[in-house]
Ligand binder design. Structure first.
Ligand code: BJW
Length: 233
């Protein structure tokens, strides 16, 4: 492996699967248990806020029962030891990267542990279920929604991500199906800018053919191995 100075890593639900968090599109995954239009769109929230708040309250509570796995810990180790620039972008709304030791994580689809006030736009960390309609700590409106990005909404910090992609010499995609844009298009952005591209996923994803290299297997095995390769150069 050539010496690297700027790496962008994109993670998806597969990175947290071995911690016991359901992925979205697998058989028995979240989108088989719930209709995506009902729980992950602004229109679904407007139609039935209790259903949506209950869905995210349940997933936030479930976070207390799971732990980071070897893939999260390996990425935190990479953050500590890599001497170049590293941007860790996750589509995941869980906090397992942080609990695994990563300190700079860009949550492009938001975070389960945070709420967004639909009235004043302030973000906060609620200490109880949103279905109980707690007040916004800033404006006191009872208008808190999960601080997550639904279909049709703009993912967070896209400028920072695209800036890093255009400077990267390696883009790595971990545990994501490549079914959701704009994240699914990052591989092409990185390639256009001249980066090498690598996919680590349990199985070939929808976009596997777009990567220079694609390795298949569980993240808990593949990610620590890849991190060792990077740090040994
Ligand atoms: C393992 C493993 C193990 C398992 N080890 N691997 C038509 C064409 C193109 C685009 C569109 C279109 N119509 C609409 C759009 C846009 C739309 C979109 O992409 N739709 C597609 C369905 C086509 N996108 C949007 O609306 C986005 N906004 C947007 O585009 O704004 C405009 C814009 C324009 C220009 C620039 C920028 C923006 C918003 C998307 C929001 C997605 N939100 C969700 C919910 C978040 C909250 C929540 O968690 O509930 O995000 S949906 C869901 O999918 C979630 C995930 O982050 C996201 C991706 O899923 P992920 O992580 O890939 O999970 P899975 O389950 O799909 O895959 C898991 C993978 O892991 C699998 O491959 C397994 O094999 C693997 N795996 N175990 C390693 N142990």
């Amino acid at each position: 492996m050539a010496e690297l100075s700027r790496i962008v890593i994109l993670t998806g639900a597969g990175v947290s699967a071995e911690s016991g968090i359901d992925t979205f599109r697998a058989a028995g995954g979240l989108w088989e248990q719930h209709r995506v239009e009902d729980v992950a769109t602004p229109e679904g929230f407007a139609r039935d806020p209790d259903l949506v708040l209950g869905f995210y309250d349940m997933r936030r509570a479930a976070l207390e029962k799971v732990k980071p796995n070897a893939a999260h810990r390996a990425l935190a180790h990479l953050e500590r030891e890599f001497s170049g620039e590293l941007l860790l972008v996750t589509q995941n709304v869980d906090d397992l990267h942080e609990r695994g030791g990563s300190t700079d994580v860009l949550h492009m689809h938001g975070e389960l542990r945070r709420a967004l006030c639909a009235s004043c736009g302030v973000r906060s960390e609620p200490d109880g279920p949103l279905i109980d309609r707690p007040q916004c700590p800033a404006c006191e409106a009872k208008a808190l929604r999960p601080d997550v990005v639904w279909f049709g909404e703009m993912p967070y910090q896209m400028e920072r991500i695209y800036a890093a992609l255009t400077r990267a010499d390696l883009f790595v995609s971990l545990g994501t199906s490549g079914a959701v844009y704009p994240a699914a298009g990052f591989v092409q952005e990185a390639k256009l800018a001249g980066a090498e591209t690598l996919e680590l996923n349990l199985e070939p994803s929808e976009g596997s053919h777009l990567f220079d290299e694609s390795r298949q297997g569980p993240a808990g095995t593949l990610v620590p191995r890849w991190v060792d390769e990077v740090l040994s150069v």
